[in-house]
Design a binder for this molecule. Structure first.
Ligand code: FAD
Ligand code: SF4
Length: 537
Protein backbone atom coordinates (compact mmCIF):
# COMPACT_ATOMS: atom_id res chain seq x y z
CA UNK A 1 0.00 0.00 0.00
CA UNK A 2 1.05 3.59 -0.53
CA UNK A 3 2.84 5.47 2.27
CA UNK A 4 1.80 9.00 1.30
CA UNK A 5 -1.61 10.65 1.45
CA UNK A 6 -4.28 9.15 -0.79
CA UNK A 7 -5.47 11.73 -3.34
CA UNK A 8 -9.18 12.59 -3.63
CA UNK A 9 -10.86 10.15 -5.94
CA UNK A 10 -11.12 11.34 -9.53
CA UNK A 11 -13.50 10.17 -12.23
CA UNK A 12 -10.82 9.44 -14.80
CA UNK A 13 -7.13 8.86 -14.26
CA UNK A 14 -4.95 9.04 -17.37
CA UNK A 15 -1.40 7.70 -17.05
CA UNK A 16 1.04 9.26 -19.54
CA UNK A 17 0.88 12.74 -21.11
CA UNK A 18 2.29 11.93 -24.56
CA UNK A 19 0.60 11.90 -27.96
CA UNK A 20 -2.27 9.61 -26.99
CA UNK A 21 -2.72 10.72 -23.36
CA UNK A 22 -3.00 14.35 -24.47
CA UNK A 23 -5.55 13.57 -27.21
CA UNK A 24 -7.73 11.50 -24.89
CA UNK A 25 -7.54 14.17 -22.14
CA UNK A 26 -8.59 16.87 -24.61
CA UNK A 27 -11.54 14.84 -25.86
CA UNK A 28 -12.82 13.72 -22.45
CA UNK A 29 -12.57 17.24 -21.01
CA UNK A 30 -15.98 18.09 -22.44
CA UNK A 31 -17.60 15.53 -20.09
CA UNK A 32 -16.80 17.99 -17.25
CA UNK A 33 -15.80 15.01 -15.13
CA UNK A 34 -12.80 15.18 -12.83
CA UNK A 35 -9.89 14.13 -15.01
CA UNK A 36 -6.34 13.82 -13.74
CA UNK A 37 -3.31 12.87 -15.82
CA UNK A 38 -0.15 11.63 -14.12
CA UNK A 39 3.12 11.97 -16.03
CA UNK A 40 6.60 10.91 -14.94
CA UNK A 41 8.32 13.68 -16.91
CA UNK A 42 8.11 17.45 -16.68
CA UNK A 43 7.19 20.31 -18.99
CA UNK A 44 9.98 21.15 -21.42
CA UNK A 45 10.63 24.86 -21.84
CA UNK A 46 11.12 25.48 -25.61
CA UNK A 47 13.66 28.20 -24.76
CA UNK A 48 15.89 25.43 -23.40
CA UNK A 49 15.83 23.29 -26.52
CA UNK A 50 19.35 22.64 -27.79
CA UNK A 51 18.42 24.20 -31.13
CA UNK A 52 18.84 27.59 -29.43
CA UNK A 53 22.54 26.82 -28.80
CA UNK A 54 25.56 26.35 -31.05
CA UNK A 55 26.20 22.72 -30.11
CA UNK A 56 22.63 21.66 -30.91
CA UNK A 57 23.69 18.88 -33.26
CA UNK A 58 25.73 17.05 -30.63
CA UNK A 59 23.08 17.31 -27.92
CA UNK A 60 21.29 14.32 -29.37
CA UNK A 61 24.26 12.23 -28.30
CA UNK A 62 23.79 13.31 -24.68
CA UNK A 63 20.91 14.78 -22.66
CA UNK A 64 18.65 14.94 -25.75
CA UNK A 65 19.51 11.47 -27.02
CA UNK A 66 16.58 9.47 -28.30
CA UNK A 67 17.63 6.46 -26.20
CA UNK A 68 16.65 6.72 -22.53
CA UNK A 69 19.66 4.55 -21.73
CA UNK A 70 21.98 7.30 -23.04
CA UNK A 71 19.91 10.28 -21.91
CA UNK A 72 19.44 9.13 -18.32
CA UNK A 73 17.31 12.07 -17.22
CA UNK A 74 15.41 11.78 -13.92
CA UNK A 75 12.19 11.11 -15.88
CA UNK A 76 13.71 8.23 -17.81
CA UNK A 77 13.58 4.56 -17.01
CA UNK A 78 16.17 2.14 -18.36
CA UNK A 79 15.20 -0.34 -21.08
CA UNK A 80 17.13 -3.54 -21.63
CA UNK A 81 17.21 -3.74 -25.43
CA UNK A 82 20.39 -5.79 -25.72
CA UNK A 83 18.48 -8.72 -27.17
CA UNK A 84 17.04 -6.70 -30.00
CA UNK A 85 18.80 -5.50 -33.17
CA UNK A 86 16.65 -2.37 -32.85
CA UNK A 87 17.09 -0.15 -29.77
CA UNK A 88 14.14 1.66 -28.19
CA UNK A 89 13.72 5.43 -28.65
CA UNK A 90 11.36 7.63 -26.63
CA UNK A 91 11.08 10.82 -24.60
CA UNK A 92 9.47 11.11 -21.18
CA UNK A 93 7.88 14.52 -20.60
CA UNK A 94 4.62 16.38 -21.10
CA UNK A 95 4.21 15.71 -24.82
CA UNK A 96 5.98 12.34 -24.53
CA UNK A 97 7.96 11.18 -27.53
CA UNK A 98 6.44 13.92 -29.71
CA UNK A 99 9.00 16.30 -28.12
CA UNK A 100 11.65 14.62 -30.29
CA UNK A 101 9.55 13.25 -33.13
CA UNK A 102 10.11 14.22 -36.74
CA UNK A 103 6.40 14.96 -37.29
CA UNK A 104 6.14 12.96 -40.51
CA UNK A 105 2.41 12.28 -40.32
CA UNK A 106 1.14 9.84 -42.97
CA UNK A 107 -2.05 7.93 -42.26
CA UNK A 108 -2.50 4.18 -42.29
CA UNK A 109 -4.17 2.90 -45.46
CA UNK A 110 -7.57 1.13 -45.41
CA UNK A 111 -5.74 -2.12 -46.31
CA UNK A 112 -3.66 -1.89 -43.10
CA UNK A 113 -6.73 -2.78 -41.06
CA UNK A 114 -7.52 -5.89 -43.17
CA UNK A 115 -4.27 -7.80 -43.66
CA UNK A 116 -5.74 -11.21 -42.77
CA UNK A 117 -8.56 -10.80 -45.31
CA UNK A 118 -6.31 -9.37 -48.01
CA UNK A 119 -3.02 -11.21 -47.52
CA UNK A 120 -3.76 -14.12 -45.18
CA UNK A 121 -1.29 -12.89 -42.52
CA UNK A 122 -1.65 -11.61 -38.92
CA UNK A 123 -5.18 -10.45 -38.03
CA UNK A 124 -7.70 -7.91 -39.20
CA UNK A 125 -8.42 -5.04 -36.85
CA UNK A 126 -11.89 -5.01 -35.28
CA UNK A 127 -12.28 -1.45 -36.64
CA UNK A 128 -11.66 0.00 -40.09
CA UNK A 129 -9.98 3.05 -41.59
CA UNK A 130 -13.45 4.48 -42.10
CA UNK A 131 -14.31 4.17 -38.39
CA UNK A 132 -11.24 6.31 -37.73
CA UNK A 133 -11.66 8.73 -40.64
CA UNK A 134 -13.52 11.45 -38.66
CA UNK A 135 -10.92 11.22 -35.90
CA UNK A 136 -8.01 11.55 -38.33
CA UNK A 137 -9.68 14.76 -39.57
CA UNK A 138 -10.33 16.00 -36.02
CA UNK A 139 -6.73 15.33 -35.02
CA UNK A 140 -5.44 17.13 -38.14
CA UNK A 141 -7.42 20.22 -37.12
CA UNK A 142 -6.61 20.02 -33.42
CA UNK A 143 -2.87 19.97 -33.86
CA UNK A 144 -2.52 21.67 -37.25
CA UNK A 145 -1.38 19.32 -40.00
CA UNK A 146 0.23 20.61 -43.17
CA UNK A 147 -0.23 18.75 -46.44
CA UNK A 148 -1.78 18.68 -49.88
CA UNK A 149 -5.29 17.34 -50.50
CA UNK A 150 -6.14 14.27 -52.54
CA UNK A 151 -3.06 12.06 -52.35
CA UNK A 152 -4.10 9.27 -54.76
CA UNK A 153 -2.65 6.60 -52.40
CA UNK A 154 -5.33 7.30 -49.78
CA UNK A 155 -9.05 8.06 -49.49
CA UNK A 156 -9.49 11.79 -50.12
CA UNK A 157 -8.72 14.11 -47.23
CA UNK A 158 -7.78 17.76 -46.95
CA UNK A 159 -5.13 18.80 -44.41
CA UNK A 160 -5.99 22.17 -42.84
CA UNK A 161 -2.63 23.84 -43.67
CA UNK A 162 -0.52 24.13 -46.84
CA UNK A 163 2.34 21.63 -47.21
CA UNK A 164 5.89 22.26 -46.02
CA UNK A 165 8.05 23.51 -48.91
CA UNK A 166 9.60 20.84 -51.12
CA UNK A 167 12.78 22.88 -51.55
CA UNK A 168 15.52 21.80 -53.94
CA UNK A 169 15.69 18.41 -52.20
CA UNK A 170 12.01 17.63 -52.75
CA UNK A 171 12.06 18.98 -56.30
CA UNK A 172 15.11 16.89 -57.18
CA UNK A 173 13.45 13.73 -55.89
CA UNK A 174 10.04 14.57 -57.38
CA UNK A 175 11.64 14.75 -60.84
CA UNK A 176 13.17 11.30 -60.32
CA UNK A 177 9.92 9.75 -59.08
CA UNK A 178 8.13 11.28 -62.08
CA UNK A 179 10.74 9.88 -64.44
CA UNK A 180 10.17 6.40 -63.00
CA UNK A 181 6.40 6.85 -62.99
CA UNK A 182 6.36 6.15 -59.23
CA UNK A 183 3.93 7.59 -56.71
CA UNK A 184 5.08 10.57 -54.64
CA UNK A 185 3.25 13.27 -52.70
CA UNK A 186 4.10 16.13 -50.32
CA UNK A 187 3.95 14.56 -46.85
CA UNK A 188 1.31 15.26 -44.28
CA UNK A 189 3.41 16.87 -41.56
CA UNK A 190 2.53 17.83 -37.99
CA UNK A 191 4.08 21.27 -38.40
CA UNK A 192 2.14 24.49 -38.81
CA UNK A 193 3.04 26.29 -42.00
CA UNK A 194 0.83 29.29 -41.21
CA UNK A 195 -0.06 30.98 -37.96
CA UNK A 196 -2.53 28.62 -36.32
CA UNK A 197 -4.47 28.76 -33.06
CA UNK A 198 -2.13 31.41 -31.68
CA UNK A 199 1.02 29.50 -32.62
CA UNK A 200 3.68 30.96 -34.91
CA UNK A 201 4.49 29.21 -38.19
CA UNK A 202 7.58 27.18 -39.01
CA UNK A 203 10.71 29.19 -39.84
CA UNK A 204 12.23 26.34 -41.92
CA UNK A 205 15.51 26.27 -40.01
CA UNK A 206 15.50 22.51 -39.64
CA UNK A 207 16.41 21.48 -36.11
CA UNK A 208 13.06 19.85 -35.34
CA UNK A 209 14.47 16.55 -34.06
CA UNK A 210 15.86 18.11 -30.89
CA UNK A 211 12.65 20.03 -30.18
CA UNK A 212 11.13 23.02 -31.94
CA UNK A 213 11.92 26.28 -30.09
CA UNK A 214 9.15 28.10 -32.01
CA UNK A 215 6.39 25.71 -31.04
CA UNK A 216 5.63 25.23 -34.74
CA UNK A 217 6.11 21.48 -34.51
CA UNK A 218 2.85 20.07 -33.21
CA UNK A 219 4.17 18.16 -30.23
CA UNK A 220 1.42 17.36 -27.74
CA UNK A 221 2.67 19.87 -25.14
CA UNK A 222 2.04 22.86 -27.43
CA UNK A 223 -1.01 21.55 -29.30
CA UNK A 224 -3.32 19.47 -27.11
CA UNK A 225 -2.21 20.19 -23.55
CA UNK A 226 -2.85 23.95 -23.30
CA UNK A 227 -6.43 23.41 -24.52
CA UNK A 228 -7.06 20.39 -22.27
CA UNK A 229 -5.78 22.28 -19.22
CA UNK A 230 -7.95 25.30 -19.99
CA UNK A 231 -10.92 22.92 -20.21
CA UNK A 232 -10.28 21.74 -16.66
CA UNK A 233 -8.09 18.63 -16.95
CA UNK A 234 -5.49 18.43 -14.17
CA UNK A 235 -1.95 17.29 -14.89
CA UNK A 236 0.56 16.13 -12.26
CA UNK A 237 4.12 15.99 -13.55
CA UNK A 238 7.23 14.27 -12.20
CA UNK A 239 5.09 11.48 -10.78
CA UNK A 240 5.89 7.93 -11.81
CA UNK A 241 3.18 5.29 -11.59
CA UNK A 242 4.38 1.99 -10.15
CA UNK A 243 1.20 -0.04 -10.49
CA UNK A 244 -2.51 0.12 -11.13
CA UNK A 245 -4.48 -1.20 -8.18
CA UNK A 246 -7.57 -3.44 -8.26
CA UNK A 247 -10.33 -4.04 -5.75
CA UNK A 248 -11.80 -7.35 -4.60
CA UNK A 249 -14.28 -7.15 -7.50
CA UNK A 250 -11.38 -7.11 -9.99
CA UNK A 251 -12.08 -3.51 -11.06
CA UNK A 252 -9.29 -0.92 -11.20
CA UNK A 253 -9.32 1.34 -8.14
CA UNK A 254 -6.55 3.78 -9.10
CA UNK A 255 -2.76 3.80 -9.13
CA UNK A 256 0.21 3.91 -6.82
CA UNK A 257 2.79 6.50 -7.84
CA UNK A 258 5.96 8.16 -6.57
CA UNK A 259 5.98 11.95 -6.47
CA UNK A 260 9.08 14.01 -7.28
CA UNK A 261 10.37 13.61 -3.72
CA UNK A 262 10.04 9.85 -4.04
CA UNK A 263 7.06 9.68 -1.69
CA UNK A 264 4.57 6.95 -2.54
CA UNK A 265 0.87 7.86 -2.97
CA UNK A 266 -2.32 6.16 -4.01
CA UNK A 267 -4.56 8.03 -6.45
CA UNK A 268 -8.08 6.62 -6.39
CA UNK A 269 -10.12 6.71 -9.61
CA UNK A 270 -13.41 5.46 -11.05
CA UNK A 271 -11.65 4.50 -14.27
CA UNK A 272 -8.06 4.28 -15.47
CA UNK A 273 -6.75 5.05 -18.96
CA UNK A 274 -3.23 3.91 -19.81
CA UNK A 275 -1.25 5.94 -22.38
CA UNK A 276 2.39 5.05 -21.63
CA UNK A 277 3.31 3.84 -25.17
CA UNK A 278 4.00 0.38 -26.60
CA UNK A 279 6.80 -0.30 -24.09
CA UNK A 280 5.68 1.73 -21.03
CA UNK A 281 2.12 0.35 -21.09
CA UNK A 282 2.96 -3.39 -21.00
CA UNK A 283 5.65 -2.61 -18.42
CA UNK A 284 3.05 -0.96 -16.15
CA UNK A 285 0.44 -3.69 -16.67
CA UNK A 286 3.00 -6.46 -16.03
CA UNK A 287 4.15 -4.64 -12.88
CA UNK A 288 0.52 -4.47 -11.65
CA UNK A 289 0.27 -7.93 -10.14
CA UNK A 290 -2.44 -8.94 -7.66
CA UNK A 291 -4.13 -12.11 -6.49
CA UNK A 292 -6.74 -11.66 -9.25
CA UNK A 293 -4.07 -10.93 -11.85
CA UNK A 294 -0.91 -12.84 -10.86
CA UNK A 295 0.54 -12.50 -14.38
CA UNK A 296 -0.10 -8.79 -14.63
CA UNK A 297 -3.20 -6.67 -14.97
CA UNK A 298 -5.55 -7.32 -17.89
CA UNK A 299 -3.36 -10.24 -18.90
CA UNK A 300 -5.65 -13.28 -18.77
CA UNK A 301 -4.94 -13.75 -22.49
CA UNK A 302 -1.20 -13.87 -21.73
CA UNK A 303 -0.72 -11.35 -24.54
CA UNK A 304 0.32 -8.24 -22.59
CA UNK A 305 3.78 -7.36 -23.92
CA UNK A 306 3.60 -9.83 -26.83
CA UNK A 307 3.46 -9.01 -30.55
CA UNK A 308 5.78 -6.01 -30.25
CA UNK A 309 6.18 -4.30 -33.63
CA UNK A 310 9.00 -1.80 -34.25
CA UNK A 311 9.10 -0.84 -37.96
CA UNK A 312 12.57 -1.96 -39.08
CA UNK A 313 14.11 1.10 -40.70
CA UNK A 314 16.51 1.57 -43.61
CA UNK A 315 18.25 4.67 -44.92
CA UNK A 316 19.62 5.50 -48.34
CA UNK A 317 21.88 8.51 -48.61
CA UNK A 318 22.42 10.06 -52.01
CA UNK A 319 25.40 12.38 -52.49
CA UNK A 320 24.97 14.97 -55.22
CA UNK A 321 27.37 17.10 -57.24
CA UNK A 322 25.16 20.20 -57.04
CA UNK A 323 24.43 22.03 -53.78
CA UNK A 324 21.02 21.37 -52.23
CA UNK A 325 19.13 23.52 -49.79
CA UNK A 326 18.90 21.58 -46.51
CA UNK A 327 16.80 24.19 -44.72
CA UNK A 328 13.23 23.22 -43.93
CA UNK A 329 11.59 20.81 -41.49
CA UNK A 330 13.99 17.96 -40.84
CA UNK A 331 11.59 15.04 -40.83
CA UNK A 332 10.26 15.03 -44.31
CA UNK A 333 8.98 17.01 -47.22
CA UNK A 334 7.61 14.19 -49.37
CA UNK A 335 6.95 10.49 -49.44
CA UNK A 336 6.42 7.70 -51.95
CA UNK A 337 4.03 4.82 -51.43
CA UNK A 338 4.88 3.09 -54.68
CA UNK A 339 5.66 -0.13 -52.78
CA UNK A 340 3.11 0.17 -49.98
CA UNK A 341 0.54 -2.44 -50.99
CA UNK A 342 1.21 -6.17 -51.38
CA UNK A 343 2.63 -7.49 -54.64
CA UNK A 344 3.61 -11.10 -53.98
CA UNK A 345 5.93 -11.07 -57.02
CA UNK A 346 8.32 -9.02 -54.85
CA UNK A 347 8.83 -11.98 -52.50
CA UNK A 348 7.12 -10.55 -49.42
CA UNK A 349 3.67 -9.49 -48.22
CA UNK A 350 2.62 -5.96 -47.31
CA UNK A 351 4.95 -3.04 -48.05
CA UNK A 352 6.82 0.07 -47.02
CA UNK A 353 6.85 3.84 -47.13
CA UNK A 354 9.68 5.93 -48.57
CA UNK A 355 10.26 9.19 -46.67
CA UNK A 356 12.51 11.87 -48.13
CA UNK A 357 14.42 13.78 -45.49
CA UNK A 358 16.86 16.63 -45.69
CA UNK A 359 20.59 16.39 -45.22
CA UNK A 360 22.45 16.58 -41.92
CA UNK A 361 23.78 19.73 -40.29
CA UNK A 362 27.47 20.66 -40.54
CA UNK A 363 28.73 18.81 -37.47
CA UNK A 364 26.94 15.55 -38.23
CA UNK A 365 27.97 15.75 -41.89
CA UNK A 366 31.63 16.10 -40.84
CA UNK A 367 31.37 13.40 -38.19
CA UNK A 368 29.87 10.83 -40.57
CA UNK A 369 32.45 11.64 -43.27
CA UNK A 370 35.34 11.37 -40.80
CA UNK A 371 33.95 8.04 -39.61
CA UNK A 372 33.84 6.79 -43.21
CA UNK A 373 37.42 7.99 -43.76
CA UNK A 374 36.17 10.36 -46.42
CA UNK A 375 37.07 13.68 -44.81
CA UNK A 376 40.79 14.30 -44.33
CA UNK A 377 42.34 16.54 -41.69
CA UNK A 378 44.75 19.20 -43.02
CA UNK A 379 44.76 21.32 -46.15
CA UNK A 380 41.95 19.53 -48.01
CA UNK A 381 39.59 19.41 -45.05
CA UNK A 382 37.43 22.40 -45.97
CA UNK A 383 37.45 21.66 -49.70
CA UNK A 384 36.17 18.11 -49.16
CA UNK A 385 33.69 19.24 -46.50
CA UNK A 386 32.16 21.77 -48.91
CA UNK A 387 31.56 18.99 -51.44
CA UNK A 388 29.65 16.97 -48.79
CA UNK A 389 27.73 19.52 -46.74
CA UNK A 390 24.42 20.51 -48.33
CA UNK A 391 24.97 17.86 -51.00
CA UNK A 392 23.01 14.95 -49.51
CA UNK A 393 19.45 13.65 -49.61
CA UNK A 394 18.23 10.89 -47.33
CA UNK A 395 15.48 8.40 -48.06
CA UNK A 396 14.05 6.52 -45.08
CA UNK A 397 12.36 3.14 -45.54
CA UNK A 398 9.68 2.25 -43.01
CA UNK A 399 8.94 -1.46 -43.26
CA UNK A 400 5.61 -2.93 -42.13
CA UNK A 401 6.41 -5.24 -39.23
CA UNK A 402 3.96 -8.13 -38.75
CA UNK A 403 3.04 -9.24 -35.22
CA UNK A 404 4.77 -12.28 -33.73
CA UNK A 405 4.36 -13.42 -30.15
CA UNK A 406 8.08 -14.03 -29.71
CA UNK A 407 8.73 -10.31 -30.15
CA UNK A 408 7.92 -9.12 -26.67
CA UNK A 409 8.25 -6.67 -23.80
CA UNK A 410 8.74 -8.48 -20.48
CA UNK A 411 10.08 -7.38 -17.09
CA UNK A 412 13.82 -7.54 -16.63
CA UNK A 413 14.60 -9.75 -13.61
CA UNK A 414 17.42 -7.44 -12.45
CA UNK A 415 17.28 -3.99 -14.06
CA UNK A 416 15.21 -1.40 -12.16
CA UNK A 417 14.54 2.34 -12.45
CA UNK A 418 15.42 4.96 -9.84
CA UNK A 419 12.29 4.03 -7.84
CA UNK A 420 13.14 0.33 -7.80
CA UNK A 421 10.42 -0.52 -10.35
CA UNK A 422 11.37 -3.40 -12.68
CA UNK A 423 12.47 -2.13 -16.10
CA UNK A 424 11.25 -3.47 -19.43
CA UNK A 425 13.25 -6.00 -21.41
CA UNK A 426 12.91 -6.28 -25.17
CA UNK A 427 13.21 -9.53 -27.08
CA UNK A 428 12.88 -8.87 -30.76
CA UNK A 429 14.06 -10.26 -34.05
CA UNK A 430 13.35 -9.36 -37.66
CA UNK A 431 11.14 -11.77 -39.58
CA UNK A 432 12.20 -13.10 -42.98
CA UNK A 433 9.35 -11.06 -44.50
CA UNK A 434 10.73 -7.85 -42.96
CA UNK A 435 14.28 -8.64 -44.10
CA UNK A 436 13.18 -9.15 -47.68
CA UNK A 437 11.07 -6.03 -47.63
CA UNK A 438 13.93 -3.96 -46.25
CA UNK A 439 16.36 -5.30 -48.87
CA UNK A 440 13.84 -4.43 -51.58
CA UNK A 441 13.41 -0.93 -50.16
CA UNK A 442 17.14 -0.26 -49.98
CA UNK A 443 17.58 -1.38 -53.57
CA UNK A 444 14.67 0.69 -54.90
CA UNK A 445 15.74 3.66 -52.76
CA UNK A 446 19.25 3.55 -54.23
CA UNK A 447 17.75 3.28 -57.70
CA UNK A 448 15.61 6.40 -57.36
CA UNK A 449 18.55 8.30 -55.85
CA UNK A 450 20.67 7.48 -58.89
CA UNK A 451 17.86 8.52 -61.23
CA UNK A 452 17.73 11.78 -59.27
CA UNK A 453 21.41 12.31 -60.13
CA UNK A 454 23.23 11.07 -57.04
CA UNK A 455 26.89 10.50 -57.84
CA UNK A 456 27.11 8.01 -54.99
CA UNK A 457 24.65 6.22 -52.72
CA UNK A 458 25.08 4.50 -49.37
CA UNK A 459 22.43 2.30 -47.84
CA UNK A 460 22.08 0.91 -44.37
CA UNK A 461 19.39 -1.10 -42.57
CA UNK A 462 18.07 -2.20 -40.22
CA UNK A 463 19.30 0.82 -38.30
CA UNK A 464 19.85 -0.01 -34.64
CA UNK A 465 18.88 3.31 -33.04
CA UNK A 466 15.52 3.44 -34.78
CA UNK A 467 13.00 1.82 -32.42
CA UNK A 468 10.84 4.91 -32.36
CA UNK A 469 7.50 3.29 -33.29
CA UNK A 470 6.31 1.10 -30.41
CA UNK A 471 3.25 -0.94 -31.27
CA UNK A 472 1.13 -4.00 -30.61
CA UNK A 473 1.76 -5.02 -26.99
CA UNK A 474 -1.85 -4.82 -25.74
CA UNK A 475 -3.64 -5.61 -28.96
CA UNK A 476 -7.24 -4.87 -29.81
CA UNK A 477 -9.71 -7.59 -30.81
CA UNK A 478 -13.09 -9.14 -30.30
CA UNK A 479 -11.79 -12.44 -28.88
CA UNK A 480 -10.59 -12.15 -25.23
CA UNK A 481 -8.34 -15.18 -25.77
CA UNK A 482 -6.48 -13.46 -28.60
CA UNK A 483 -6.47 -9.82 -27.56
CA UNK A 484 -6.05 -7.58 -24.51
CA UNK A 485 -8.60 -4.82 -25.19
CA UNK A 486 -11.86 -4.80 -27.11
CA UNK A 487 -12.69 -2.84 -30.25
CA UNK A 488 -13.06 0.38 -28.23
CA UNK A 489 -9.95 0.09 -26.08
CA UNK A 490 -11.51 -1.39 -22.93
CA UNK A 491 -9.68 -4.26 -21.24
CA UNK A 492 -11.51 -7.55 -21.71
CA UNK A 493 -10.65 -8.46 -18.11
CA UNK A 494 -11.09 -5.14 -16.24
CA UNK A 495 -14.14 -3.17 -17.27
CA UNK A 496 -12.97 0.22 -16.05
CA UNK A 497 -9.49 0.02 -17.59
CA UNK A 498 -8.66 1.40 -21.05
CA UNK A 499 -5.53 1.48 -23.20
CA UNK A 500 -5.27 4.25 -25.81
CA UNK A 501 -1.68 4.23 -27.13
CA UNK A 502 0.05 2.29 -29.92
CA UNK A 503 -0.03 -0.85 -27.77
CA UNK A 504 -3.55 -1.55 -29.05
CA UNK A 505 -2.44 -1.77 -32.71
CA UNK A 506 -3.21 -5.15 -34.28
CA UNK A 507 -0.76 -4.58 -37.13
CA UNK A 508 1.78 -1.85 -37.71
CA UNK A 509 1.08 -0.47 -41.20
CA UNK A 510 4.10 0.68 -43.17
CA UNK A 511 4.09 4.30 -42.04
CA UNK A 512 5.00 6.37 -38.99
CA UNK A 513 2.11 5.73 -36.63
CA UNK A 514 1.37 8.84 -34.59
CA UNK A 515 -1.52 10.27 -36.58
CA UNK A 516 -3.14 6.83 -36.39
CA UNK A 517 -2.33 6.52 -32.66
CA UNK A 518 -4.02 9.87 -31.98
CA UNK A 519 -6.99 9.01 -34.20
CA UNK A 520 -7.42 5.74 -32.26
CA UNK A 521 -7.16 7.62 -28.93
CA UNK A 522 -9.82 10.12 -30.05
CA UNK A 523 -12.01 7.27 -31.29
CA UNK A 524 -11.74 5.45 -27.94
CA UNK A 525 -12.50 8.68 -26.07
CA UNK A 526 -15.56 9.14 -28.26
CA UNK A 527 -16.72 5.59 -27.51
CA UNK A 528 -16.26 6.26 -23.79
CA UNK A 529 -18.38 9.43 -24.05
CA UNK A 530 -21.11 7.66 -26.01
CA UNK A 531 -21.28 4.83 -23.48
CA UNK A 532 -20.89 6.83 -20.26
CA UNK A 533 -24.29 5.73 -18.94
CA UNK A 534 -23.42 2.03 -19.06
CA UNK A 535 -19.65 2.06 -19.43
CA UNK A 536 -18.87 -0.77 -17.02
CA UNK A 537 -21.65 -3.22 -17.94
C1 FAD B 1 13.21 10.35 -32.33
C2 FAD B 1 11.77 10.03 -32.65
C3 FAD B 1 11.25 10.38 -33.90
C4 FAD B 1 9.93 10.08 -34.21
N1 FAD B 1 9.41 10.51 -35.40
C5 FAD B 1 8.10 10.25 -35.70
C6 FAD B 1 7.52 10.74 -36.90
O1 FAD B 1 8.14 11.45 -37.69
N2 FAD B 1 6.23 10.42 -37.14
C7 FAD B 1 5.49 9.66 -36.29
O2 FAD B 1 4.33 9.38 -36.60
N3 FAD B 1 6.02 9.22 -35.12
C8 FAD B 1 7.30 9.50 -34.81
N4 FAD B 1 7.82 9.07 -33.62
C9 FAD B 1 6.97 8.27 -32.72
C10 FAD B 1 6.02 9.11 -31.89
O3 FAD B 1 6.72 10.01 -31.09
C11 FAD B 1 5.19 8.15 -31.05
O4 FAD B 1 4.48 7.28 -31.92
C12 FAD B 1 4.16 8.83 -30.16
O5 FAD B 1 4.71 9.83 -29.37
C13 FAD B 1 3.53 7.75 -29.28
O6 FAD B 1 2.55 8.32 -28.47
P1 FAD B 1 2.16 7.62 -27.10
O7 FAD B 1 1.14 8.45 -26.46
O8 FAD B 1 1.86 6.20 -27.35
O9 FAD B 1 3.51 7.60 -26.24
P2 FAD B 1 4.50 8.74 -25.82
O10 FAD B 1 4.32 9.95 -26.66
O11 FAD B 1 5.84 8.12 -25.75
O12 FAD B 1 4.01 9.13 -24.35
C14 FAD B 1 4.02 8.22 -23.28
C15 FAD B 1 4.14 9.04 -22.00
O13 FAD B 1 3.87 8.18 -20.89
C16 FAD B 1 4.72 8.52 -19.82
N5 FAD B 1 4.85 7.36 -18.94
C17 FAD B 1 5.30 6.12 -19.27
N6 FAD B 1 5.29 5.31 -18.20
C18 FAD B 1 4.83 6.06 -17.16
C19 FAD B 1 4.61 5.78 -15.78
N7 FAD B 1 4.83 4.56 -15.27
N8 FAD B 1 4.17 6.78 -15.00
C20 FAD B 1 3.92 8.02 -15.51
N9 FAD B 1 4.12 8.34 -16.80
C21 FAD B 1 4.57 7.37 -17.62
C22 FAD B 1 6.04 8.87 -20.52
O14 FAD B 1 6.85 9.68 -19.69
C23 FAD B 1 5.55 9.59 -21.78
O15 FAD B 1 5.49 10.99 -21.61
C24 FAD B 1 9.13 9.39 -33.27
C25 FAD B 1 9.64 9.06 -32.01
C26 FAD B 1 10.95 9.38 -31.69
C27 FAD B 1 11.49 9.01 -30.33
S1 SF4 C 1 12.05 23.82 -39.07
FE1 SF4 C 1 10.07 24.58 -38.32
S2 SF4 C 1 9.24 22.90 -37.07
FE2 SF4 C 1 11.43 22.48 -37.36
S3 SF4 C 1 12.43 23.40 -35.56
FE3 SF4 C 1 12.45 24.99 -37.18
S4 SF4 C 1 10.53 26.17 -36.82
FE4 SF4 C 1 10.35 24.26 -35.68
Amino acid sequence: MANGRTGDKVDMLIIGAGASGAAVAWSLAETRMQILCIEQGDWVNPANYPSTGRDWEMSNQREWAISPNVRKRPADYPINDEESPIAIANFNAVGGSTILYSSHFPRFHPSDFRVRSLDGVADDWPISYFDLEPFFALNDCNIGVAGLADDPALPAHTPPLPPVPLGTIGETMARAFNELGWHWWPSDTAIITREYEGREPCANIGSCNVGCPKGAKSSADVSYWPVALRAGVKLKTRCRVREITVGPDGMATGAIYFDEQGVEHHQAAEMVIVACNGVGTPRLLLNSKSSQFPDGLANRSGLVGKNLMLHPWGNVQGIFEQPLDRFGPEGSCMLSQQFYETDKARGFVRGYNMQITRGRGPVLTARAALWRGELPWGTDHHKVFERLYNHSIYLGICVEDLPEEINAVTLDPRLKDAHGIPAPKINYRLSENSRRMLAHGLEQGSHVMRVAGAIRTESVGPIRMAGWHLLGTARMGNDPQRSVVNSWGRSHDVKNLFVVDGSVFVTSGGVNPTTTIQAVALYIADQIKQRLANLFD
